[in-house]
Design a protein around this ligand. Structure first.
Ligand SMILES: [Zn+2]
Length: 369
């Protein structure tokens, strides 16, 4: 398990280590994106008993605006940075990927408020994602489907930006944009960070000159379990839908690699190698990160298996890698709580992960030309 970094907000190191120890002791061999109940209670107790400031008082930047966001564009949020240590480097230093812009997209997504599947708010998020993609010149496919969930049939929507290549191959990038069905949960990190990152990715690749392989960027609905407890049947609805749909159309055979981003924007980001992920693809991404000088973020350490949107593709034999820092966010007590807010997000982290994905896609284009 990753070591726990004291946060800028000043949560005590000792308490963090305590959470770490408890978490390690209770961890199942297969970590899912679900925190055992006892740990959740302890983590929230520690959060309210040991930290000092912002961790206790943070809330959605503007809850009133968040809950009244009805227009397509939503409230205006300027892409401010979050202090020097977390400022994004100039885009010219990160392959053209603009971390400040990505942060601006995350801020906008958060401003729509909680947006679980089939909510009024998620419809505004969908319109926002689509309008941004069209503005970037992407061709956009939408797949409306109905998911059978433990709380009933829910209307969901996958949105896929498609950049055609010269050959038949497809490089598929994934993010989920739905938020967990938890009161006042806006998902700045869990749902927001990777979605803001992929919007910035789309801005770049949709204006690219023709590459050997197509690049598709899928914005997935329904990653989260609709009940509190994660299960195989109640999770990754959008990803399962996309994989099944591509299998039927025959396009799945064209997919050379899947890169999933999920929880990639937090301060003190440490992404470990996720052990469900395909080894050669993980190697490719970590080698790329090391070459770019990001060994401190893409740490050369294996993490336990995580259930996430890459699984439906792995199960169908498609190489896939999950880029995620779940452990740190859990240890801080922010994960799946109303504390998952914009102040936890670093434009610099977004810039680094964006740069690595961008360069990894180039490596894949060369590998499958
Ligand atoms: Zn989640």
């Amino acid at each position: 398990m990753s070591s726990i970094q004291p946060t800028r907000e000043g949560a005590g190191t000792l308490a963090a280590e305590f959470v770490d120890a408890i978490w390690s002791g209770t961890r199942l061999s297969q970590a899912t994106k679900r925190l055992p109940a006892g740990v959740a209670v302890l983590a929230s107790f520690l959060m309210f008993s040991c930290g000092s400031d912002k961790a206790h008082t943070s809330s959605p930047a503007n809850p009133a605006a968040a809950h009244s966001a009805t227009s397509v564009s939503g409230p205006q949020v300027s892409p401010v940075t979050a202090g020097a240590a977390n400022a994004a480097p100039p885009a010219s230093q990160t392959g053209g990927f603009d971390g400040a812009r990505a942060y601006g997209y995350v801020a906008k997504l958060v401003s729509f408020g909680p947006h679980p599947p089939a909510s009024a708010a998620i419809q505004n998020v969908q319109k926002y994602i689509r309008s941004q993609l069209e503005g970037f010149g992407c061709s956009v496919d939408e797949d409306d489907f109905h998911a059978q969930t433990p709380i009933g049939t829910l209307a969901m929507k996958n949105i896929v930006a498609k950049v055609p290549g010269a050959g038949r191959g497809i490089i598929l990038l994934l993010t989920h944009y739905d938020t967990k069905r938890v009161a006042s949960f806006v998902g700045a990190e869990d749902g927001g960070s990777s979605t803001g990152l992929m919007l910035e990715m789309a801005r770049l690749v949709c204006k690219d000159k023709k590459q050997p392989n197509s690049v598709w960027i899928a914005f997935l609905d329904g990653e989260e379990a609709q009940l509190d407890q994660w299960s195989d049947a109640d999770s990754v609805y959008g990803s399962r839908e996309l994989a099944a749909r591509l299998a039927v159309s025959g396009d799945l055979k064209r997919v050379r690699a899947v890169i999933l981003a999920d929880m990639v924007g937090q301060k003190n980001l440490h992404i470990s190698r996720e052990s469900n992920s395909t080894k050669w693809l993980t190697d490719l991404v970590w080698k790329t990160a090391a070459r770019l000088g990001y060994k401190d973020v893409f740490v050369p350490r294996e993490l336990e298996a995580i259930d996430d949107d890459h699984l439906p593709f792995l199960h169908r034999g498609v190489p896939a890698v999950d880029l995620i820092d779940l452990a740190d966010y859990q240890a801080m007590g922010y994960w799946h709580t109303p504390e998952d807010t914009l102040d936890k997000i670093s434009p610099r982290s977004l810039a680094i992960v964006g740069h690595v994905i961008l360069e990894s896609v180039k490596e894949l284009q060369a590998k499958f030309r």
